[in-house]
Design a binder for this molecule. Structure first.
Ligand SMILES: Cc1cc2nc3c(=O)[nH]c(=O)nc-3n(C[C@H](O)[C@H](O)[C@H](O)COP(=O)(O)OP(=O)(O)OC[C@H]3O[C@@H](n4cnc5c(N)ncnc54)[C@H](O)[C@@H]3O)c2cc1C
Length: 466
């Protein structure tokens, strides 16, 4: 049977490679710009054929970059090369089995739009529809339904990887040397994923039945997230209302309620934040007032409200360029996971940030099911808390160093897809299967072509003399 890549191999290969361009990029959380070269191969063959010519010009290393929705420095290499995968498109869906062969630059929104026509859905989606399939695999991302369906990687039947030896190889779970598992959550450090075969999920349609509860305490929130109900579970927390967090918990289940519009499975942007406020717009009193309004306007206890999948899953996507609300300094997203019996960490981290005067402008809590087999995959059975914190807060770095220690001592970890500041010692403590991952990675990339600023900062990959 021909693969997606075979099908897309029609046109003769161009004699010249697509151009390298100088670029300055940041992670989604903003901050200092990183200067590098960006190469955008137009298809998998160009990616394979151009690799050696391109990488030999960049001894400081190369890394894949998808939609750039990771918050920190995972998809950049200062002074090096990013391989921009956004032109690696193509979707072939078997409507009977729900098996989709996709280019790694296909976004979740594009795949959802194609899949829902045939009665299928992407089983695990993050909080934005704009990430690429390659980024979803490299982060082994999770959705609001981790307890039911695990991570994105659990639905990858195979992937085609351009490894450091310049070969495109197709890997399935259990492949030699653990390279498939090392690539899930491997942050692009095993090579460039060119394409993947995914198992989609049959659903009656793009509508959800949503139960909502308002909760006045953290214990109440945890117990609601633990109680039976819809599979997509999430709590929005108000951490600016005083010492005790309050919040709104939603639990959503798929339903066969009729569609309301053709775009129900995705969500269109309704406005964009202009670039004209370098100091940013978000201030604690403004966010506190917004939180008060949001809390009061949420139903105390509501069952079975019908909502569109896209609107429910991707609420932030209605506002394009929303990180500009934080101004030029940007923000950190601090996402931690802790084992189920360590929920006191959630309180301890909130107390620590309050003590250091760091406001949490957005806080989201979810529950996690069992960990995935991939050695660098983030989720562990328990709780995960994601906090958006303005970088301009004076003592933010000191506060987060204390938080890192609290999390690590509890057997927890910080999410690499969101991280912009963790050091090597704590990364090794938080990811105890790092040696196993390094072993697989070093075998596939002995010369260390694939490296990112994140990989060097966290010590995932050792630095080497230039
Ligand atoms: C608003 C918002 C909400 C989010 N919600 C969630 C959530 O609920 N759950 C969750 O898990 N994550 C979430 N994320 C994080 C996001 O899912 C991950 O950071 C994801 O990896 C981003 O994909 P990307 O295409 O933007 O990749 P990039 O940010 O461009 O790259 C991320 C990493 O993937 C690697 N990579 C990208 N493409 C490839 C490829 N083709 N081959 C090899 N490596 C590649 C890069 O090298 C880098 O290490 C959210 C992000 C945002 C902005």
């Amino acid at each position: 049977m021909s693969t997606l890549l075979d099908e897309r191999r029609g046109a003769p290969h161009p004699a010249t490679l697509s151009p390298l361009r100088a670029a300055a990029v940041t992670g989604w959380g903003g901050g200092r710009r990183c200067h590098l070269a960006r190469w955008t191969p137009r298809d998998a063959d160009e990616l394979r054929d151009g690799l050696s010519a391109v990488t030999e010009r960049f001894p400081s290393g190369a890394i894949a970059r998808g939609a750039g929705r990771s918050y920190g420095d995972a998809a950049q290499r200062s002074g090096g090369l990013v391989v921009d995968t956004t032109a690696l498109k193509g979707i072939r869906l078997d409507g009977a089995t729900g098996v989709a062969s996709v280019g790694s630059g296909v976004t979740i929104a594009e795949l959802l739009t194609a899949a829902i026509q045939a009665g299928w859905i992407v089983p695990v989606v993050p909080g934005t529809q704009h990430v690429t399939v390659g980024g979803a695999i490299a982060g082994d991302i999770h959705g609001k339904n981790h307890g039911t369906l695990g991570t994105f990687g659990a639905h990858v039947r195979s992937l085609t990887l351009l490894s450091a030896d310049g070969e495109l190889q197709t890997l399935a779970p259990g492949a030699a040397a653990g390279l498939f598992e090392a690539t899930l959550g491997g942050m692009g450090l095993t090579g460039v994923i060119a394409a993947a075969e995914l198992q989609l999920r049959r659903v009656a349609g793009p509508m959800l039945s949503v139960d909502t509860d308002r909760a006045q305490t953290l214990d109440e929130i945890l117990s609601l997230l633990d109680s039976p109900g819809g599979e997509h579970r999430v709590a929005w927390l108000d951490l600016l209302c005083g010492a005790e967090p309050r919040g709104v918990v939603t639990r959503a289940a798929h339903t066969d309620a009729p569609r309301r519009s053709a775009a129900d499975v995705t969500t269109p942007a309704r406005a964009a934040v202009p670039a004209r406020w370098p100091g940013g717009l978000l201030r604690t009193p403004v966010v506190r007032a917004f939180n008060e309004l949001r809390f009061r306007r949420s139903p105390r206890h509501e069952r079975g409200r019908i909502e569109a999948f896209g609107a429910h899953m991707f609420p932030l996507d209605v506002l394009d360029c929303w990180p500009r609300l934080y101004g030029a300094p940007g923000f950190y997203q601090y996402q931690l996971a802790v084992p189920r019996d360590q929920d006191r960490v959630l309180r301890d981290v909130h107390e620590c940030l309050t003590r250091f005067g760091v406001p949490s402008f957005l806080a989201v809590l979810k529950d996690f099911g069992p960990a995935a087999p991939a050695p660098l995959s983030f989720p562990i059975a328990g709780w995960t808390l994601a906090l958006d914190l303005p970088r301009r807060a004076a003592r933010i770095d000191a506060a987060l160093q204390v938080c890192d220690r609290i999390v690590a001592d509890a057997g927890g970890r910080v999410y690499l897809s969101k991280d912009a500041r963790l050091g090597g010692e704590l990364t090794a403590a938080m990811y105890p299967r790092l040696p196993e991952w390094r072993n697989a990675r070093d075998r596939s990339d002995p010369d260390g072509i694939w490296r990112s600023d994140l990989a060097l900062r966290t010590g995932l990959v050792e630095d080497r003399p230039q």
